[in-house]
Design a binder for this molecule. Structure first.
Ligand code: ADP
Length: 615
């Protein structure tokens, strides 16, 4: 069993220090708590502290606390068998008593102590329990059990002495220890100090002075910012903590301290950065929140605490409802983690909703993180409706740079418009002037410009908004205006189609390789022609993007739509022979150019233009 713990419980050996320091802190918690009612337990008037004393020549480290201590029976019970956890029993007892002041205790699982054997081949515990006057020693070298004997100890509390294994000497170094304390135990509520046992005889005076200064100071800061009430924390303090946490230079866009109550209790301190950090667009990069369990650091990239579409959020979650020795695999399907994630998600959404209400600042946020946020519509059906209300888009009617919320788009829809129109393009300027949106605009309908690389991909997930469907104006059949207008248009189109029949057949034959059909358009006013995709076909931009990502995309022929009322169409229809063929080729190429697509043969296009200019 011990083998199992030593060899597989923790991936990082350095964690032994976290466990032992946590136990020490826990023992002080208990002493403090019991001292509330049994004053005589604190008759020595203790100055609560944890000391890490290192003897380099003996290769030992002693972690001492002046907490509750253990008697003979405690030693047998707590350290004699793995997983018999005194802490657990203690918690149970307190709960039964209904003790409201239940201190936050570390180590529900009863295995932390044994982590010592990951780095030590011998462990000796010398301890004296508060309220008693005999000290005991527990010793084990892992080979065959342990011994308990009488001992001598000055004050109350416990000292755990480790004799390091070969190869674990790094833990004798002050800086390594200080680093570990900072990393895992910075927010332990009692000072953790380092002490040198048997300083080298040849230590120089100034060296000794520097060492003593360093050892007089606690290695931990002892502040759990997220546990302090918001009103007691200055903005600068939050900002400093954020910078420390993220290594960002700028202060955060939004600081979100909050606590979860009810089903799961936790405290969280979350931040929305001001600008995207590099790792945002690198899926394999670490992300997630830092997790603490009862003030003890568990990990700094716990992805399970955030949905992927909130991966720009940084911060800390501290819960006392999780076991200390949680592994990532356990977190993956832990019910408590799932509840924390849901609460964190909802909180961030409500903060964004507030920022949205307040106005301008929102655009700054959205420009930085809107692309990531949009993924939520696709991936998180539970929150999709809330997320949609947070999305903004440029539109054909707005000035460049201005974005509108979907609800504002809907509010401005003319009567008779029942769908939400959008067009996809690589560049906003191309979308803005695309021939495909002409008729929509003529009928007073605004068009959302989907120019973010994720927009087209996500469009099918948008479903509807406020009961209105999203319709791509460059796909399928779209018609605008009232029923009467549509009818009239249909009739006119049929008539034009009859008149242009021969010409359309010629166009179809000539462009056979490029287009699937030729028809009279309902979406053009000023342009002579445009290309439209099947209702469920990908746009040319999407096809280019997919090919750039080395995906197989079959050639998708689109439909060439002609504006029957356009004088140019009439003129080309009246031409004959080579002159008509050149003009048809140019019509097709210019439809591509107008929507921002490349022409298939640039040299031929240039030559046609040149010939035309000569004429
Ligand atoms: P856990 O702390 O998760 O219960 P451990 O294996 O770390 O499991 O410790 C087992 C038990 O030993 C603890 O529950 C506690 O009762 C006791 N113990 C460990 N370290 C100390 C200490 N420094 N002072 C007092 N009791 C301790």
């Amino acid at each position: 069993m011990l083998d199992l713990v030593v060899n597989s419980l923790y991936s990082k050996k350095e964690i032994f220090l976290r466990e032992l320091v946590s136990n020490a802190s826990d023992a002080i918690d208990r002493a403090k708590y019991l001292g509330l009612t049994e004053k005589e337990l604190l008759s020595d008037n203790p100055d609560w502290a944890i000391e890490i004393a290192v003897d380099k020549s003996a290769k030992t480290m002693s972690i001492s606390d002046n907490g509750i201590g253990m008697d003979e029976a405690d030693l047998e019970k707590n350290l004699g068998t793995i997983a018999s956890s005194g802490t657990k029993a203690f918690r149970q007892a307190l709960k039964e008593k209904g003790g409201e002041a239940l201190p936050e205790l570390i180590g529900q699982f009863g295995v932390g102590f044994y982590a010592a054997f990951m780095v030590a081949d011998r462990v000796r515990v010398v301890t004296k329990k508060r309220g008693t006057d005999a000290a005991f020693m527990w010793e084990s070298d892992m080979s065959g059990g342990y011994t308990v004997s009488d001992a001598v100890r000055d004050g109350f509390g416990t000292t755990i002495m480790l004799h390091f294994r070969e190869g674990q000497e790094e833990y004798l170094d002050y800086w390594r220890v200080a680093d570990l304390v900072k990393k895992y135990s910075d927010f332990i509520a009692y000072p953790i100090r380092y002490a040198t046992v048997g300083a080298p005889a040849d230590e120089k005076d100034d060296e000794r002075k520097r060492r003593e200064e360093r050892e007089a100071k606690p290695m931990n800061t002892m502040v759990a910012l997220w546990k302090r009430p918001k009103k007691d924390v200055k903005d600068e303090e939050y900002a400093e903590f954020y910078k420390h946490l993220t290594r960002d230079w700028e202060a955060p866009f939004e600081t979100i301290p909050f606590s979860g109550e009810g089903a799961v209790e936790f405290k969280a301190l979350l931040f929305i950065p001001s600008k995207p950090t590099m790792e945002l667009y690198m899926p394999q990069q670490k992300r997630g929140l830092s997790l603490y369990v009862r003030n003890v650091f568990i990990g700094d990239d716990i992805e399970m605490l955030l949905p992927p579409w909130l991966r720009f959020v940084k911060g800390v979650v501290d819960s006392s409802d999780l076991p200390l020795n949680v592994s990532r695999e356990m977190l993956q399907d832990d019910a408590i983690i799932a509840k924390i994630k849901a609460a964190v998600t909802s909180k961030i959404l409500s903060v964004l909703e507030d920022v949205k209400k307040k106005g301008e600042r929102y655009d700054g946020f959205f420009k930085s993180f809107g692309t990531v946020l949009k993924e939520g519509v696709h991936n998180d059906w539970e929150n999709a409706e809330r997320i949609k209300k947070l999305l903004k888009y440029p539109t054909a009617r707005q000035d460049p740079g201005k974005l509108v919320f979907l609800e504002d788009y809907v509010k401005d829809m003319p009567s008779g418009q029942s769908d939400i129109y959008y067009i996809c393009a690589e560049r906003e300027s191309d979308a803005r002037t695309a021939p495909q949106i002409e008729a929509a605009r003529k009928h007073g309908c605004d068009v959302l410009l989907f120019c973010d690389p994720v927009d087209e991909y996500l469009a099918p997930s948008l479903g509807d908004f406020d009961g209105k469907k999203f319709v791509d104006v460059a796909k399928g059949d779209v018609q605008f205006g009232s029923d009467a207008e549509r009818d009239a248009e249909k009739k006119a189109n049929e008539k034009a189609a009859g008149e242009l029949k021969g010409f359309m057949e010629a166009v179809k034959k000539q462009l056979e390789k490029d287009v699937s059909d030729v028809r009279v358009s309902t979406r053009l006013t000023d342009s002579p022609c445009c290309l439209v995709a099947r209702e469920y076909g990908p746009s040319p931009y999407m096809v280019r993007m997919m090919r750039a990502m080395h995906q197989e995309v079959p050639d998708e022929k689109r439909i060439l739509e002609l504006n029957a009322a356009h004088p140019l169409v009439k003129k080309v229809a009246a031409l004959e022979g080579d002159a008509q063929a050149d003009a048809i080729a140019m019509l097709y190429d210019s439809a591509l150019v107008a929507e921002g697509s490349p022409v298939p043969d640039g040299a031929r296009f240039a030559k046609l233009v040149a010939t035309l200019m000569m004429k």
